[in-house]
Design a protein around this ligand. Structure first.
Ligand SMILES: *Cc1c(COP(=O)(O)O)cnc(C)c1O
Length: 381
């Protein structure tokens, strides 16, 4: 029996400061949210996203839910959402009773296809949700121009895009709101966590009320009211200070994290380039003007059969590679909402052929060499 080494798709990294910061949170006498570490994280995120205001949340899913509440969406409203994204991007709006209108992705970037956007807009459209797949920006100039002409707000699901840029401007700074994720699988993580990024000043106060169970507790703490009370709908969306302490340690190391991931990403791109073009495999396309944060490295294989066989072959050899989103309009829930095969042909095609390679802080050069060699040795039949 051989003890085969496993190269995971993702592994969380623990920084030594995490323990110390958690200890400090206890010493500060505050482990619920909005303490010193939360404020430090928010300040870094405001700077990195170039936004007006960032509030930490329990997840990106919850930040998306907050964004739907802040837009006052109601049954009958339509929200344009990519068919190629995570379920939370759509659930947040469906929870408010809104109708998702799925839009296909662009074959190059796998982002919302801006050339189809205008055709999806109706008098009921209340929001356009963009998701920067793998942190490569959507065509924001075009999207914002169309949205402005129809007076429709844009929200960026920026779960992949922290530290990414579009024409020199940080992702997260384009929509009236954007959302971040600090789930274990993201570049910056505290296990489970997120943030709502706000760029429209008129939304800030209500966002603070919403996450404080609908009370004006934040204003009370700033001394602006002498008691706090229930003023609006709300829920419990605040990240614990213990998780903010962990998050702060990761954010302090953001440069190293990004440097390592970028090195890994660039090595895959350069070392697989010739093999890919000879084998009919498509590697990520990064348009001019997009700086991406090395969140995902994917390959588009020639067919579903090859994708499954390559994934199985890599697994047999100890390397865990994973596919990604299944078309939302063809999911059980998507079909209940009227989705049919052929609605979003590019999404349907790429979701069958996509395979993501291991990329994480502790992935060693030797392990990456193993992954690259195995891929190049794969026998297409
Ligand atoms: C990870 C992810 C989410 C959800 O993040 P959570 O913090 O786990 O709620 C939402 N949207 C996209 C695009 C994601 O990748």
């Amino acid at each position: 029996m051989s003890l085969q080494k496993i190269i995971d798709f993702n592994r969380p990294h623990q920084f030594v400061e995490e323990q110390e910061y958690i200890h400090q949170a206890y010493q500060n006498g505050k482990i619920s949210g909005d303490g010193i570490f939360s404020k430090k994280c928010q300040a870094i995120l405001e700077q990195e996203t170039g936004s007006l205001k960032v509030v930490l949340s329990t997840s990106c899913t919850h930040a998306l839910e907050m964004s739907a509440l802040l837009l006052d969406l109601k049954p009958g409203d339509e929200v344009i959402i990519p068919a190629f994204t995570f379920v939370s991007t759509v659930n947040a709006f469906v929870l408010r009773g809104a109708t998702p209108v799925f839009i296909d992705c662009h074959p190059d970037t796998l982002n919302l296809d801006e050339t189809l956007l205008e055709s999806k807009i109706t008098p009921q459209t209340r929001a356009i949700i963009t998701m920067h797949y793998s942190g490569v920006a959507c065509e924001m100039n075009r999207i914002l121009e169309i949205a402005a002409r129809h007076h429709i707000p844009v929200i960026e699901d920026n779960a992949h895009g922290l530290f990414g840029k579009y024409q020199g401007k940080p992702l997260g700074s384009f929509g009236c709101m954007a959302t971040q994720s600090f789930h274990e699988t993201k570049n910056i993580s505290c296990g489970e966590g997120g943030a709502l990024v706000i760029n429209d000043p008129s939304l800030i106060e209500r966002a603070e009320i919403l996450r404080e169970k609908g009370t004006d507790r934040s204003r009370f703490f700033r001394g602006m009211v002498d008691k706090y009370t229930w003023v609006d709908v709300g829920s419990s969306y605040i990240l614990s200070e213990i998780l903010a302490a962990v998050l702060f340690a990761h954010l302090e190391h953001r440069k190293e994290i990004q440097d390592k991931r970028t090195t890994t990403w660039n090595r895959y791109a350069s070392e697989l380039r010739d093999w890919a073009s000879e084998s009919g495999v498509r590697l990520p396309i990064v348009p001019d003007g997009c700086e991406h944060p090395a969140h995902i490295f994917y390959m588009l294989l020639p067919s579903l059969t090859v994708r499954q066989s390559m994934m199985e072959y890599l697994k047999q050899n100890g390397v865990i590679c994973v596919f990604h989103y299944q078309p939302l309009h063809l999911s059980t829930m998507g079909r209940k909402l009227g989705g049919k095969p052929g609605d979003c042909p590019v999404t349907e095609d790429v979701s069958d052929r996509l395979l993501r390679l291991p990329i994480f802080y502790d992935l060693s050069d030797e392990d990456q060499n193993i992954v690259i060699k195995l891929i190049k040795d794969y026998k297409f039949d």
